[in-house]
Design a binder for this molecule. Structure first.
Ligand code: PEP
Ligand code: MN
Length: 391
């Protein structure tokens, strides 16, 4: 939760701020909390906001100090009532950034599903919702395979205005009802306009909230700052934020920070390949080596989208599709979410059929993901052992 205290002064300061990390489960009604607030209010040219991070079994409150913070001593700040430690933040993604703090609290729960840098969820589903029959086949198969998340595109940002633009609001009620029927808890769904959030909320209300929706920002909207501000102002749904396909990682991380700075820090960062001729014959240059980089720089869980990276169903002599290989590369590097296109009839799909996996491949795909995940967990154990021995 963000709550503004005072307006920042109009003077310009270097982009440096201080984050005070309070002791776990600090009571905001306590005397010491009041003392802290009073002290912060007495600081000239400094504004502050409170931000709660909900971890497993504890709430951690962080206080962001903005303005002329260069003059504050970190030690003095760390000795204030309720404060566990103070962190000086240089980078521009202040809220989502890790700032060298390896144990900064991260992750969030949404509709009974935990998203963090330690979890892994597969979001297999339709790039574009077409018919109720196809949506039902998809969701039924997911339930049979013990899955509780999916992807369903209702609003499609297309390169050509003459291509299918998605069914929009009209399909939402039956998509949500089918999700409820098959116990799907989270649907990743792209929004391309602020109006779409209201449409999703209305359809969820109308159908009795049978599922949850993670709002997706597509790569074409990575720097649509007004859309980001709108999506960031709502706190009901978490956000799946796609990296911009033609900008630097730093620019994309700054863009993701717009969501958090407006109030919603529950953001998953998705790698989906970069536009660059070097990626040929894949649709985009697969950038999954950046999974650990994003985890190091930020507290966001990291998603990989092998479908939009690879863009085809090509396979190699080992029998594995390139989409499987790319997924495994992301998962073995520690990815926390996989967004992947499936379709009951790829040849008839209205969007991105050539890259869609078949329903008959779902079990195999999930098995391949588990193998890569196990390998990642073994790699972590080996790293722990090696680091203990070497230090
Ligand atoms: C999608 O996931 O359907 C999509 C359009 O992805 P991207 O924004 O990465 O192209
Ligand atoms: Mn697509």
């Amino acid at each position: 939760m963000l709550s503004s205290a005072r307006n920042p002064s109009t003077a310009t300061y270097p982009p440096v701020s201080v984050i005070l990390i309070l002791k776990p489960n600090t009571d905001r009604a306590s005397e010491s909390f009041a003392q802290l607030t009073n002290h912060l209010e007495s600081l000239d040219d400094i504004s502050f906001t409170f931000h709660d991070v909900h971890g497993e079994g504890q709430v951690l409150t962080e206080v962001y100090l903005l303005g002329d913070t260069a003059r504050l001593s970190k030690e003095a700040m760390a000795s204030l009532p309720c404060v566990e430690r103070a962190v000086r933040v240089q980078e521009s993604y202040r809220i989502l950034g890790r700032h060298g703090e390896e144990d900064r609290q991260e992750g969030f729960d949404y509709n009974g599903v935990r998203f963090s840098q330690d979890d892994l969820h597969v979001f297999a589903g339709l790039c574009a919702v077409d018919t109720p029959e196809h949506v039902e086949i998809m969701m039924k198969a997911l339930k049979e395979h013990g899955q509780q998340c999916t992807r369903m595109g209702a609003y499609k940002p297309r390169t050509s205005p003459y291509s299918f633009q998605g069914h929009g609001a009209s399909c939402l009620p039956w998509v949500f009802e089918l999700a409820g029927k098959y116990d799907i808890r989270v649907i990743a769904m792209e929004v391309t306009h602020e109006r779409h959030i209201d449409e999703i909320d209305e359809a969820l209300e109308k159908t009795g909230n049978p599922t949850g929706v993670m709002l997706q920002i597509g790569t074409r909207n990575t720097q649509n700052f007004e859309l980001l501000k709108h999506v960031g102002r709502q706190k009901r749904h978490p956000v799946l934020f796609k990296r911009g396909f033609g900008i630097t990682l730093n620019e994309s991380l700054n863009a993701a920070e717009y969501l958090a700075s407006e109030g919603n820090p529950n953001v998953v960062f998705a790698l989906r390949g970069m536009k660059n001729q070097g990626g040929d014959p894949h649709r985009n240059m697969v950038d999954f080596t950046h999974v650990p980089v994003v985890k190091r720089l930020t507290r966001m869980p990291v998603c990989v989208d092998p479908s939009h990276s690879v863009g085809s169903r090509h396979s190699s002599p080992d029998g594995l599709l390139d989409v499987f290989h790319a997924t495994a590369q992301g998962v073995i590097a520690g990815a926390n979410m996989v967004l992947v296109d499936f379709h009951p009839k790829p040849a008839g799909a209205l969007v991105d059929g050539p890259q869609a996996l078949r329903m008959s491949e779902l079990g195999w795909f999930l098995e391949d993901v588990s193998i890569a995940r196990e390998a990642y967990l073994l790699r972590r154990k080996a790293a722990d052992r090696a680091l203990k021995t070497n230090n």
